[in-house]
Design a protein around this ligand. Sequence first.
Ligand SMILES: Nc1ncnc2c1ncn2[C@@H]1O[C@H](COP(=O)(O)OP(=O)(O)OP(=O)(O)O)[C@@H](O)[C@H]1O
Length: 294
Amino acid sequence: MTAVLQAQGLGKRYGRRWALTDCELEVPAGRVVGLVGPNGAGKSTLLNLAVGMITPTTGTVEVLGTPAGAQQAKVGYVAQDTPTYSRLSVADHLKLGARLNPAWDDSVARQRIENLGFDPRQRAGRLSGGQRAQLALTLGLAKRPEVLLLDEPVAALDPLARREFLQDLMEAVAEHELSVVLSSHLVSDVERACDYLIVLVDSRVQVNGEIDTLLATHFRLTGPRKDAKDLPRDQHVVTESHTDRQSTFLIRTDRPILDPAWTVSQLTLEDLVLAYMGRTAPAQPERPLLEVRR
Ligand SMILES: Nc1ncnc2c1ncn2[C@@H]1O[C@H](COP(=O)(O)OP(=O)(O)OP(=O)(O)O)[C@@H](O)[C@H]1O
C-alpha cells in the first residue's frame, strides 16, 4: 500500500537553525495521524514540506507516492492561521472552492455552513477567529482530498465545536477513505480522533507509530534501585528517575518483562506523549526500535 506520507532523511534549516532534522516517516493510508510536540518543535515545518510550500534542505518527502506538491487536487491543507479572504463572503468562499477543486462536494460545504449557523453573505473578515477556522476547515473537507493536512485545526474552536469537528473528520475518514495528519497540542484530541501518533521534539521525530501498538509496547517499571545499563537489551529506556532506593523507568519493549522485582504498569497516551516530550536527549537514530513501521 502506498504511504500517505513518506519522509527520508528529511530536514529543513532556516539560517543556522534546523527546524526539522533527519526525519524518517512512513505513514500508511487511512489513518488519522496526531502530530504532537511543543511550540517550535517543527510541526508546521513538516506539514509545509509535505504540502510543497517549502522545499527541503536535506532528504525527500512524498505524499501519496509522489513528491510533495505534485498532486495538489488530492491534498487539502489548512494552515495554522486558517487563511480566508477577509473581503469575500462565506458564499464566495464556497464558490471559489467549487471552481478550484475538481472533487468539490457542495452539499458537504453547504450543510456544514448551515449547521454552523453562518450567514452566507457575511464577509470572512467579520467572522470570529473560531468561525474563520470553521470556514477554512469546511473548505478543507468539501475539497474531498485524499489527504488532509491540518495545522492545529481545533486550537481556536470552543470545546463543543472541537468535538463536533473531530467527529466530522472521523466520519469523513470512514466514508471517503481520507487520510488525515493533524497537529495538536491537546492529547485529549489526539486520543479522541487519532489512531497514529508522531511526537516531534526539538526538530526530531521522537517516536511514531500506530497508537495501539505504542500503548502495547510501552510500560512503567517501578522497583528497587537499578541502573539503566542493567536492564535487558530489548528494554529501551525512554525516561528514568531514581530515589536512593527506588527506580522508575518508562521503557519500550515488545518482549515479556520477566524480572519479578518490577511493578509493571500500562501507560495512558498522555503518559507516553509527555514522556517523549520531556526527554532531554534527542532521538537516537541508531536505535530503530524507537520507530514503529509497518
Ligand atoms: N520561515 C521561517 N524562518 C525562520 N525560522 C523559522 C521559519 N519557520 C519556522 N522557523 C523556526 O523553525 C522552528 C520550528 O517551527 P515550526 O513553526 O515548524 O514549529 P511548530 O512545532 O509548528 O510550533 P507551534 O506549535 O508553536 O506552532 C522554530 O524554531 C521556528 O522559529
